[in-house]
Ligand binder design. Structure first.
Ligand code: NAD
Ligand code: TDX
Length: 361
C-alpha cells in the first residue's frame, strides 16, 4: 500500500492522475495539496474525495505544513504537479511562476528531505516524482530530431525557465542529498478538465458560442499531443519501474500544427451537430447549428511573444526501459475530449462565470 502526496491535483493533469490512480490501486491513499489558484477547481475531484483521498487546501510554499502532512499522513511518495502552467500568463506576469514553480518546488524538496532523510521515524523507502514539461528543451526546427533526455535545456519563456529551474533543483537534491527523485518531461496534454485558457478547450468552447478561434501567428507552430490519461500511465511506469535519479520523456509521437488541430476540432464539431439534433437548441450561436462550417470562426491574431515553433518528444527511453506506450489513439482521444466538453457544460460554464471559485459549491 502506497501513501502519496499529490500536489496540484485540483488542476487538469493532477485530477486526471488521481482519478486514474485511485481506480488502479484500490489500497492506496492520497493526500492532495492544492492552493486552489484560478486553475484549481474542487469540481475536478468530484466523486474522488473519501477516507482514501483527502484534499488539503494549502500552498506548497508552506514548508512547515508540507512537513507536517508528510509526517502525520505517513506519506512516502510525492507526485508533484502543482505549478503555474500557462505560457501566456508567464509572459504577462512571471513572478507567480517563480514563486510557485521554483520556490514551491524547493519548499517541497526541503520538506521531503527533512522528514524522509533526517528524522528518527524516516520511512525505509521514499520517492519524490517531479512532473515537468518538454518546453524546458526549447524549440525545434521543422526537421530537427525530437527531444531526448540528453537534449540540452534551452527554455524560452518565463514558464519553461521556471520549470527548468525546478528540474535542476530536483536533480540537485538527488545528487547532493541522495533524495530518491525521478522526473518526467511530458508533451502537450489534452482531455477532460482542461482549463479553457489552453488551446483545445478554448477552441471547443468558443466555437459552441460562435466566438472567434484565435490562432497565434501563422498557425504553423507544432505541438506533440498526448491524451491526459496516457500521461498518468507514463508517470505510473516511472513510479513503479523508473530508475532513481533519472528523467523520462513522455509523449504521444503525435505532432500537429495548431491550424490543423483547430481545423480538425471544427470538422468534428460540424459532424456532431449533424448527428445530434439537440446541439442546435443548446448552442444556437455555433455556426454548425445553422449548417455553416465552424472553421469560418478561425481568426489569425498577433503571435505569442517568443513563441516556440515546434516541440517533439523522442520516447525511446520510456518505451524501451519501462515498456511504455500510449493506450489512447489521437483519433479516439480527441473524440472523447469533444464529447466530454459537450456532456459537461456545467463544469466549463462555472469556470466561465467564475462560480467554480465559490467555496461552498
Ligand atoms: P493546471 O494549471 O491545470 O493545474 C495546476 C494546479 O496547481 C492547480 O490546481 C493550482 O491550484 C495548483 N497550484 C498552483 N500553484 C500552487 C501552489 N503554490 N501550491 C499548491 N498548489 C498550487 O496545470 P496542469 O496543466 O494540470 O499541469 C500540471 C503539471 O504538469 C505542471 O507542473 C505542468 O508544468 C506540467 N505539465 C503540463 C502539461 C500540459 O500540457 N498541461 C504538459 C507537461 C507538463
Ligand atoms: O488562443 C490560443 N491560440 C493559439 O494559437 C492559444 C491559447 C494557444 N495557441 C497556440 C500556442 C501554442 O503553439 O496553441 C499552442 C498550444 O498552446 P497552449 O494550449 O497555451 O499550450 P502550450 O503553450 O503549448 O503549453 C502547454 O503544453 C506544455 C501547457 O500549457 C504547458 O503547461 C505544458 O508544459
Amino acid at each position: 500500500m502506497n501513501r502519496m502526496l499529490v500536489t496540484g491535483a485540483a488542476g487538469f493533469i493532477g485530477a486526471n492522475f488521481v482519478r486514474y490512480w485511485l481506480a488502479a490501486y484500490p489500497d492506496d491513499h492520497i493526500t492532495v495539496v492544492d492552493a486552489l489558484t484560478y486553475a484549481g477547481n474542487r469540481a475536478n475531484l468530484d466523486g474522488l474525495l473519501s477516507e482514501r483521498c483527502v484534499l488539503v487546501e494549502a500552498n506548497i510554499n508552506d514548508t512547515e505544513l508540507m512537513m507536517q502532512l508528510l509526517r502525520d499522513h505517513g506519506l512516502t511518495t510525492v507526485v508533484h504537479f502543482a505549478a503555474e502552467s500557462h505560457v501566456d500568463r508567464s509572459i504577462e506576469g512571471p513572478d507567480a511562476f517563480i514563486e510557485a514553480n521554483i520556490l514551491g518546488t524547493h519548499s517541497l524538496l526541503k520538506a521531503a528531505r527533512q522528514v524522509w532523510q533526517t528524522e528518527a521515524h524516516a520511512p525505509a523507502d521514499h520517492r519524490f516524482h517531479h512532473v515537468s514539461t518538454d518546453e524546458v528543451y526549447g524549440s525545434l526546427s521543422m526537421d530537427a530530431p525530437a527531444f531526448t533526455e540528453l537534449t540540452a535545456y534551452a527554455p524560452n519563456s518565463p514558464y519553461s525557465a521556471s520549470k527548468a529551474a525546478s528540474d535542476f533543483l530536483v536533480r540537485s537534491y538527488h545528487h547532493t542529498y541522495g533524495l530518491n527523485v525521478t522526473t518526467s518531461n511530458c508533451s502537450n496534454n489534452y482531455g477532460p478538465f482542461h482549463f479553457p485558457e489552453k488551446l483545445i478547450p478554448l477552441i471547443i468552447i468558443n466555437l459552441l458560442h460562435g466566438k472567434s478561434l484565435p490562432i497565434y501567428g501563422d498557425g504553423k507552430n507544432i505541438r506533440d499531443w498526448l491524451f491526459v490519461e496516457d500521461h498518468a500511465r507514463g508517470i505510473e511506469k516511472v513510479l513503479n519501474h523508473g530508475t532513481i535519479g533519472e528523467t523520462y520523456n513522455i509523449g504521444g509521437v503525435n505532432e500537429w500544427t495548431n491550424i490543423d488541430i483547430v481545423s480538425l476540432v471544427c470538422q468534428l464539431m460540424n459532424e456532431r451537430f449533424k448527428t445530434d439534433e439537440s446541439l442546435r437548441s443548446r448552442f444556437p450561436e455555433c455556426p454548425a447549428a445553422s449548417e455553416r462550417d465552424c472553421a469560418q470562426l478561425i481568426t489569425y491574431v498577433k503571435d505569442r511573444a517568443g513563441h516556440d515553433f515546434r516541440y517533439a518528444i523522442d520516447t525511446t527511453r520510456i518505451r524501451d526501459e519501462l515498456g511504455y506506450e500510449p493506450a489512447v489513439s489521437f483519433e479516439k482521444g480527441i473524440e472523447l475530449t469533444l464529447d466530454w466538453y459537450l456532456e459537461n457544460q456545467p463544469w466549463w460554464q462555472a469556470v466561465l462565470d467564475g462560480s467554480y471559485r465559490d467555496t461552498d459549491t
